[in-house]
Design a protein around this ligand. Structure first.
Ligand code: PLP
Length: 419
């Protein structure tokens, strides 16, 4: 397959951007080789600058539930931008989008729009600290919550209750305030909270983890976190930036029947435009300025073009058959698993709705430690083989794959045939 135009574009980009990209995973570091440069997208397909067409299972990392360039979203953006791209003043459309989100995610009584998932989680952490007057936070190993300083910490070996930064440039004092627990290990969590509960402002968790590959919460895991955080006056933050409007119309919290105090959203609520949101209990949200003393602001927050895209996207999604999409994903996952089993390749396929990961390990994969037993060299081979057959999957073992409403049965068959 011809990739010379992508290679040339990458050489040029390398002169301007660190690693040639504006977000690290795009550089194909964990699969080797150089990235595709994308020219356009339509429905389930993307087109690179060499003219190759691929079935896309990345879908802007899950933001595009309707597929690329969904006509209703394109139209909404065109209409909105003609009226002005930003005012730095309130618009009625923001309230309309907020109403749609609150109706779909009832634990969100009040919310704030920001411009990315990272901003949503950063703001939720600051708010939790301001609300409780406590400094420490708990996160789970392998969960990603954007690149805010407090959240770029994961457990290294020997880091029991003291965080080790997952990035240079994060100050030691901030790392010390982030406690990392293993996902799905409720006994560990219980111990940490028993010892330090009164110092902990919030617990932030992906209710279905999707940034170490897809990992499902075990039975009782989230319920017990909810009970313990309530008992100790700790704010429970669900990071639903990926899961929000992904598995059904609303948060995965509704399906799991666990109600957090705050929820972070992003990705799908902007339909491919930059937006994020955090919201939850009114008594907590009212601590945000100008009502309260927790400062948080944004020149482009509630941007009218992004909000218009979000409204159009959610309106369309509300009418969609999520169960059918989840079933379609199950068929794909069953097919993938069967093919690998037949070939004698050990795999574990984890799935939640239209999110899934094929881990190259015999499993089970219930936390980051399990995920890391995967054969990443084999994943790289799988990635390039699929790409050569015009299927674009995530360039890392530790990411989710995403189906959208634009993927057809024919696409599913093509993916299975390629495999
Ligand atoms: C993508 C993601 C984020 C960060 O969102 P950005 O818009 O990339 O800043 C935060 N949390 C989760 C769970 C995510 O998947």
């Amino acid at each position: 397959m011809k990739r010379s135009a992508s290679k040339k574009a990458y050489q040029e980009a390398l002169k301007y951007f660190p690693g040639g990209v504006n977000s690290p995973v795009r550089a194909f570091g964990s699969v080797g080789g150089s990235p595709l440069f994308i020219k356009k997208g339509a429905g389930s397909k993307i087109y690179d600058v060499d003219g190759n067409v691929y079935i896309d299972l990345v879908m802007s990392w899950g933001a595009l539930m309707l597929g690329h360039a969904a006509p209703e979203v394109v139209r909404a953006v065109e209409d909105a931008v003609k009226l002005g791209s930003s005012f730095g003043a309130p618009t009625c459309a923001e309230t309309e989008l907020a109403k749609m989100i609150r109706d779909a995610v009832p634990s969100i009584q009040k919310m704030r729009f920001v411009s990315s998932g990272t901003e949503a989680t950063m703001s939720a952490i600051r708010l939790s600290r301001g609300f409780t007057g406590r400094d420490k936070i708990i996160k789970f190993d392998g969960c990603y919550h954007g690149h805010g300083d407090s959240l770029l910490v994961k457990a290294g070996s020997g880091a029991a209750t003291q965080g080790i930064p997952g990035s240079k440039g994060v100050s030691a004092s901030l790392s010390r305030d982030t406690i990392v627990c293993p996902y799905n290990d409720i006994a560990y969590f219980r111990k940490v909270v028993a010892k330090q509960g009164k110092d902990i402002a919030c617990v932030i968790v992906e209710p279905v983890a999707a940034n170490m590959g897809v990992v499902l919460p075990g039975i009782g895991f989230l319920e017990e976190i909810r009970a313990l955080t309530k008992k100790h006056g700790i704010v429970l933050v669900f990071d639903e930036v990926i899961t929000g409007f992904r598995i059904h119309f609303g948060g995965v919290q509704t399906i799991l029947n666990v109600k957090p105090d705050l929820t972070c959203l992003g990705k799908i609520i902007g339909g491919g435009l930059p937006i994020g949101a955090y919201g939850g209990r009114k008594d907590i949200m009212d601590h945000v300025a100008p009502l309260g003393g927790v400062y948080q602001a944004g020149t482009l927050s509630g941007n009218p073009v992004a909000v218009a895209a979000g409204i159009a996207n959610l309106k369309a999604l509300k009418k969609k058959d999520y169960a059918a999409l989840n079933d379609k994903t199950a068929i794909l996952c069953d097919g993938l698993e069967a093919a690998f089993i037949k070939a004698g390749v050990p795999v574990t396929v984890n799935r939640a709705g239209s999110l899934f990961t094929v881990f190259f390990t015999k499993g089970p994969v219930d936390d980051f430690k399990d995920a890391k037993t995967s054969d990443t060299k084999r994943y790289a081979k799988y990635f390039w083989s699929m790409l050569d057959q015009r299927i674009n999957i995530a360039p890392s073992q530790f990411e989710a794959q995403f189906l959208s409403f634009s993927h057809t049965d024919k696409d599913i068959q093509a993916i299975l045939n390629a495999l």
